[in-house]
Design a binder for this molecule. Structure first.
Ligand SMILES: C[S@@+](CC[C@H](N)C(=O)[O-])C[C@H]1O[C@@H](n2cnc3c(N)ncnc32)[C@H](O)[C@@H]1O
Length: 340
């Protein structure tokens, strides 16, 4: 798929999927998700401009231990991460958001005199563009070549690039939004984009006591509830729908079989919603839910299985002091023997 270049100066470029293709894909996801039981809306739809702002607020919440715990690991081990990277490298980040934690790794690379080119990939174009511009100001020696797209198309684009070592960064336990089989497929896409000597730094949230997990997705101030419901506001705005946000409630459940926290929007009463741009009328029974996100949790054994199935192996695992979160270093299996 071709990407359009929408911003270009010497040190900062942003490529993006065309607005028409983006709208097609939103329409397809909403039609598919709301047309069959159980109703679903995939997490990629959360991240319009408002959704990205709300996620930044979630990262600051006391209940949302994920961000500060992963930051703690980076604070302790970014120098070790930098040490396994080449002097010249392309740092590719999936779901980069505001790239806040990434700055710790960039700092560690620059302290060692390494020269990264940064390639963030994120569906949230407004956040990506603003962050790319900020980074070029903050780091005068950094080139930023950003891609506003889904992971798959972004990986296709960076996979074409040969030459310097590529270090992939996938933080925030974003992989957890994918079912175990979809996670293997996505890790396989990353593996496909790798050449010999390339690396993957993968941040994953670990299985832990249930009250901690539930609170992280259902904070007292209702920020996560607002984030969840924002997907309905987005569909109202972009597809001319008439969801009444007051008639849906944020719900969080633990799926023990999948080892995943699930977020749902639960219909308060029987109701019908129209999505005019799709010529779709959607009927909800009282208590019926739209499943909006799963956040799968990990153990070392689960990661070994998933990464092994995707042709990757774990080389190192850095943990925080409580053992709540793991930042993993993965490399292609039989690294040296890979074909170019
Ligand atoms: C949970 S936030 C994490 C942000 C940041 N990496 C962190 O750890 O704080 C997920 C980020 O990934 C992006 N994202 C979610 N699904 C995506 C997809 N399928 N393709 C590309 N970007 C995606 C969102 O726009 C958002 O910036």
């Amino acid at each position: 798929m071709s990407l359009q270049t929408i911003t270009a100066d010497e040190r900062c470029t942003v490529q993006a999927i065309s607005p028409a293709r983006r709208l097609d894909s939103i329409q397809e996801l909403v039609r598919h998700g709301l047309s069959q039981p159980p109703k679903t809306l995939p997490p990629i739809l959360f991240y319009d401009e408002r959704g990205s702002e709300l996620f930044e607020q979630i990262c600051q919440l006391p209940e949302y231990y994920l961000t500060r715990t992963e930051q703690q690991i980076l604070d302790c081990y970014a120098a070790d991460m930098a040490q396994v990277c080449d002097p010249e490298l392309v740092l590719v980040e999936l779901g980069s958001g505001s790239s806040t934690k990434t700055r710790t790794l960039l700092d560690a690379l620059f302290v060692r005199g390494q020269r990264p080119i940064y390639r963030p990939i994120d569906i949230s174009q407004a956040m990506l563009q603003a962050t790319a511009e900020e980074l070029t100001v903050e780091y005068p020696d950094l080139q930023v070549h950003a891609i506003a797209s889904d992971y798959e198309h972004g990986l296709e684009e960076v996979g074409k690039q040969k030459g310097h070592q590529k270090a992939f960064l996938f933080l925030g336990s974003n992989l957890g939004n994918f079912t175990r089989s979809a996670a293997v497929a996505l890790l396989g896409d990353i593996r496909q984009a790798m050449h010999p000597g390339d690396l993957l730094f993968l941040g994953l949230d670990l299985v832990k006591p249930l009250p901690l997990l539930l609170a992280a997705y259902d904070d007292r101030d209702g920020v996560t509830a607002a984030f969840n419901k924002n997907v309905l506001a987005r569909i109202n705005r972009e597809l001319d729908a008439d969801f009444n946000l007051e008639r849906f409630r944020h719900q969080v459940v633990w799926n023990a079989a999948e080892q995943a926290i699930e977020m749902h929007l639960r219909s308060l009463g029987d109701q019908q919603v129209r999505v005019r741009d799709l010529e779709l009328a959607v009927t909800f029974r009282d208590g019926e839910t739209i499943h909006t996100e799963s956040s799968h949790k990990y153990t070392q054994e689960i990661l070994e299985t998933l990464s092994g199935d995707a042709g990757l192996e774990i080389e190192r695992m850095w943990l925080d002091e409580n053992g709540w979160f793991a930042l993993n270093l993965l490399a292609p299996k039989n690294n040296g023997a890979m074909e170019q």
